[in-house]
Design a protein around this ligand. Structure first.
Ligand SMILES: Nc1ncnc2c1ncn2[C@@H]1O[C@H](COP(=O)(O)OP(=O)(O)OP(=O)(O)O)[C@@H](O)[C@H]1O
Ligand SMILES: [Mg+2]
Length: 231
């Protein structure tokens, strides 16, 4: 049997878009995996195709899922102590597991990376973020060393301007120069991504024809491809 893919979103820096990405990806993946349209969660565990583990003590992701009750998505809270059993239980239930972490290098990050099929490191286009992405990448390398396996990690540029600007291209080259592989897609700066926290709805539910929704669709294609999941 094919094992359940596990995606970890990690950054040693806070506020780079981990939770925003996890929330959007979870909802769009659930929609695709269960073929459901804009329904709410019925609370039936049999329908949970996407499990989100919120390992950030601020519980932003957990609260957003609780508010929006997206169909097919289940969220739970974990600490460094409970993360490994939570991941084991989640992988047994769901078709994909997403782990959202606190914006700091900690034990939970090491555990999550150690279990991950893929680690996504969100970073904004700035030199400061290149340095932070390298720190995060070093944690992934430690987890790979501990577990004795290769762990794929990719940086995603976040909050990039809608109109491609020189800074994004320049920033891409800086990440590449440091040997940090980049995702093709970026998470574009859009008001719809900020709105989400208030509505509890992802742009793919809130405004399916909008620019933010198409950004999420392209991102989901790329992430599911990297996880070896049929798109
Ligand atoms: N693409 C975007 N467009 C507009 N606003 C965004 C975007 N991505 C994130 N934000 C906003 O930036 C803030 C930080 O985003 P988010 O909470 O996703 O980051 P985080 O990495 O999870 O932070 P933390 O490390 O504190 O958990 C939030 O207010 C969010 O609404
Ligand atoms: Mg967060």
């Amino acid at each position: 049997m094919k094992s359940t893919p596990i995606l970890a979103l990690a950054s040693t820096k806070g506020g780079v878009g981990k939770t925003t990405l996890t929330f959007c990806l979870a909802i769009e993946m659930a929609r695709r995996l269960s073929g459901n349209q804009d329904n709410r969660d019925s609370g039936n565990p049999d329908e949970w195709v996407v499990e989100c583990i919120d390992a950030d003590p601020n519980r932003t992701l957990y609260e957003a899922v609780r508010k929006g009750r997206p169909k097919g998505v289940h969220a739970e809270i974990a600490t460094a102590e409970t993360l490994l059993p939570a991941v084991a239980a989640a992988t047994a239930r769901a078709k994909v597991v997403l782990i959202d972490l606190e914006g700091t290098a900690n034990q939970a990050m090491l555990y999550a990376c150690g279990k991950a099929s893929l680690v996504i490191i969100p970073a904004q286009p700035s030199l400061f973020d290149v340095v932070e992405a390298m720190k995060t990448s070093a944690v992934v390398a430690q987890a790979a060393d501990l577990t004795g396996r290769d762990i794929e990690a990719k940086v995603i540029l976040t909050r990039t301007p809608v109109l491609r600007q020189r800074v994004a291209e320049h920033s891409r080259r800086q990440f590449e120069a440091k040997g940090l592989p980049l995702m093709r897609c970026e998470l574009v700066e859009r008001a719809a991504f900020k709105m989400m926290t208030y509505t509890g709805q992802s742009p793919s539910e809130d405004d399916p024809e909008g620019g933010a929704a198409s950004n999420v669709a392209a991102l989901t294609d790329e992430v599911m491809g990297l996880l070896g999941m049929p798109i």
